[in-house]
Design a protein around this ligand. Structure first.
Ligand code: FES
Length: 98
């Protein structure tokens, strides 16, 4: 009962259980995705969810605020903050790009 997470820039893929944070997954997998505050305030960890948004936790209030600012210069509507989202559903496939 895992979901597969791919980090496209790093050619990494890992199977994780629901509840796992993307931040933990990225760090354990050895990805080069940068982090700053790790608290949903700086926007450093923004990623594009290429596929599998439905397997992720809903956006937090902090995340919504930061993404409004980020989206002002990047119109992509599938951006998320890695430090704020978790895997919410099993048997999925999430593809991320940074
Ligand atoms: S590391 Fe700052 S918002 Fe994610």
């Amino acid at each position: 009962m895992t979901t597969r997470v791919e980090i496209l820039n790093d050619f990494l893929a890992i199977n994780v259980k629901p509840g796992a944070t993307i931040q933990d997954i990225v760090e354990k997998a050895g990805s080069g995705l940068p982090f700053g505050c790790r608290d949903g305030e700086c926007g450093t960890c923004v990623v594009e969810v290429v596929a599998g948004m439905e397997f992720l936790s809903p956006k937090t209030e902090k995340e919504e605020k930061v993404l409004k600012i980020v989206e002002a210069t990047n119109p992509c509507k599938t951006l998320r903050l890695s430090c704020q989202m978790k895997i919410a559903q099993p048997n999925g496939h999430v593809r991320l790009k940074y």
